[in-house]
Design a protein around this ligand. Structure first.
Ligand SMILES: C[S@@+](CC[C@H](N)C(=O)[O-])C[C@H]1O[C@@H](n2cnc3c(N)ncnc32)[C@H](O)[C@@H]1O
Ligand SMILES: [Zn+2]
Length: 332
């Protein structure tokens, strides 16, 4: 954590802003070891390996999330370095779908010089590219996981490889230790559906965004309207990970209720998945749409309809599809 971040922080226990930094060890780039103390409530937050830790150790949902990911991953060994360095380009699911949907945002959102928060950043490959390719001024990665090859400690591989740097906070995305209006952009890849309360999450994102700021998320699973279940049955939930499935209308109405002006993009991965279908994609699409989407004309038209203001919501109601959204906090 760099020293300059301190005035941008607030206490997650009492929301106070009188935080003082004590440094035990500092590298040429950042504070590596130390702590932040809140003068208002006395809470102490540790900084270790450059990561500010504001996690509540007694929060049961977060404890289960961390434990679930570690258990699901199995052994994490140093041979994974090359895989991490290649992310999000890795030739196994979900990466062939994630990579095109992620890089699409650089054609639409100008991040240059902006303050960006990457929520649910996990291994932080996205923070790496927001900072480098996106040329953001500042990037703050927030996740509950610190573990190397799963969470925030993975960033050391990128710092070493390309000399990039971004801030890392081990914390809950529902209670982010940043002051009101700090961010120009809040970004997320495939993490929103880990929230049990997207309304509360969107209010927190609104709080840390400047008026006129953007909330951008990609690769969120969206379920068709006929599915009522909120919790999928899969390997992640079997390990206690906090997975949910929301519909297009649930995402959009929660965004609008917060005050955001959202619009869905047509995810780049759709055309690829129509040509190279995977079982999950195939099963989530009604037969008539599948037959049409597999024709040469359909492969061009379905992605176009998906991005349409009127046609997109209709397709999202009848199919399980990845969702990418740009939502503006109006005001500037
Ligand atoms: C499917 S992973 C996506 C990770 C990363 N964005 C990517 O695309 O590779 C979901 C991430 O959300 C994180 N997460 C879940 N609940 C969280 C919470 N309440 N606060 C912060 N992070 C959370 C998990 O630890 C995990 O890293
Ligand atoms: Zn406090």
């Amino acid at each position: 954590m760099k020293r300059f971040l301190v005035p941008s922080l607030r206490c997650v226990s009492c929301t106070g802003r009188r935080l003082t930094l004590q440094v035990t060890h500092e590298s040429a780039v950042e504070v590596r070891t130390g702590c932040l103390t809140c003068a208002d409530c006395g809470s102490v937050f540790e900084i270790r390996d450059g990561i500010l830790d504001v996690l509540d150790p007694l929060d049961d949902v977060i404890r289960k999330e961390i434990h679930g990911w570690i258990e699901l991953a199995g052994p994490l060994e140093e041979h994974l370095v090359s895989q991490m360095a290649a992310l999000p380009y890795f030739p196994q699911g979900p990466w062939p779908h994630t990579a095109p949907d992620f890089f699409q945002i650089f054609e639409i959102v100008d991040l240059a010089g902006k303050s960006v928060v990457d929520i649910g950043a996990g291994r932080t490959w996205s923070s790496r590219f927001l900072a480098t390719i996106g040329r953001a001024g500042e990037v703050v990665a927030v996740d509950v996981l610190k573990t190397r090859f799963l969470g925030l400690e993975t960033a050391e591989i990128f710092f070493h490889d390309d000399g990039s740097h971004f801030e890392r906070i081990a914390g809950d995305i529902h209670n982010i230790p940043l002051v009101e209006g700090w961010a120009d952009v809040v970004f997320s890849c495939a993490a929103i559906h880990h929230s049990s309360g997207i309304e509360a999450l969107f209010r927190e994102i609104w709080r840390i965004l400047k008026p006129g700021g953007l909330f951008v998320f990609v690769s969120e699973p969206s379920k068709k309207a006929s599915i009522k279940e909120r919790q999928p049955v899969n390997a992640e939930t079997a390990h206690g990970i906090n997975e949910h499935i929301y519909s297009f209308d649930e995402y959009m109405s929660a965004l609008r209720a917060t005050g955001f002006q959202p619009r869905q993009l047509s995810p780049r991965s759709i055309r690829y998945r129509l040509l190279y279908p995977d079982a999950e994609f195939r099963e989530g699409i009604p037969p008539w749409l599948w037959r049409f989407g597999r024709t040469e004309v359909g492969r061009r038209i379905v992605p176009w309809l998906l991005g349409g203001r009127l046609t997109g919501p209709i397709l999202y109601r009848v199919a399980n599809l990845p969702l990418s959204v740009i939502a503006k906090r109006p005001g500037a």
